[in-house]
Design a protein around this ligand. Sequence first.
Ligand code: 1CP
Length: 345
Amino acid sequence: MTSTKPFLSALRGEAVQPAPIWLMRQAGRHLPEYRELRKNAKNFLDFCFTPEMAVEATRQPLRRYAFDAAILFSDILVIPHGLGQNVAFREGEGPVLAPVRSLDDIEKLQLDGVNDRLAPVFETVRELATTLDDNTALIGFAGAPFTVALYMIEGRGGTEGPNIRRWAAEKPDEFGRLIDLLCEATANYLIAQVEHGAEALQLFDSWAGLLPESLFRRWIIEPNRRIVEKVRDVYPDIPIIGFPRNAGVLYRDFAKQTGVSGISIDAGVPMDWAASELQPICTVQGNLDNQILLCGGEILDAEVRRIVDGLSGGPFVFNLGHGVLPPTPPEHVGRVVELVRQQTA
Ligand code: 1CP
């Protein structure tokens, strides 16, 4: 049966009007009700692995805003955890991992049983899929291999990836072992999400823009392409959105060569370029600046209108260029939804 959910129609290539909207990181720290809920969990991974809490966190933004999609509440770093790496989230510091720095470290990772160790996530997906309303689509997600490997290798966020970039450039055969492992684990993880009711998938490659062209082709385009292929071997029609953040003109080859249904673009991509170079290949998702969302006021209204004007002529999903920042006032998010709903090209 073909769904009529506006978000899914847009990902099938229709120019849906008004444009469907959801926002990366729409759940989580910008919402006071999330901060309240979060107090009940011992730590962040426990939170993600308690279906009752993860379901509630996923639903919270939908109660406030008329979004067209819900995104599973979890994190990209559940995959390293599932592979047996020590992952912790420290208050005020973000993720901390026991770094993977050698072939020996890679060999200690356990591909067998990853989905068993991540079973609570699938329970969350199942519960959401059976209870969301008829117009709201459910997005499953994972980090793409390079971005997940960055945290695995550096051991924390907030870096420019000195160790991973060196390893990827100097010892591609060794580094490739980790990427292959991540492709396999990630594809299996996404397939299980679809099996449990996810209707679309997004692959977050938030650090893709750190790589020069040749390495981008090998460590961004190729792994994303393989995951899309593996998932589509099982679910040929599942819409998949890629997010190779800060890819510049390489967004075009990414869109062409990976086979994604949609491409999520950062706030720096010019509208006319996205419309002429990307929309003929796939649906474009983006690209409001998250700082401007935080500012609000006239500049916010003007930016929303500029983006809707620029992209509503083709297949388009309104979103940010990167996730909602924690200090963002919820009223600004409400205002964006209102504007997008009002405006058609
Ligand atoms: O204590 C807390 O509440 C932890 C904060 C938090 C939250 C709310 C983290 C830790 N992750 C999340 C949820 C999350 N992460 C979601 C679901 C919520 C939603 O989207 O509505 C998603 C999709 C992610 C994805 C994610 N995690 C990305 C890719 C998107 C992006 O923003 O680039 C990345 C890079 C991460 C890593 C991560 N997890 C958490 C933090 C603070 C970070 C960033 C670390 C850093 O690089 O500084």
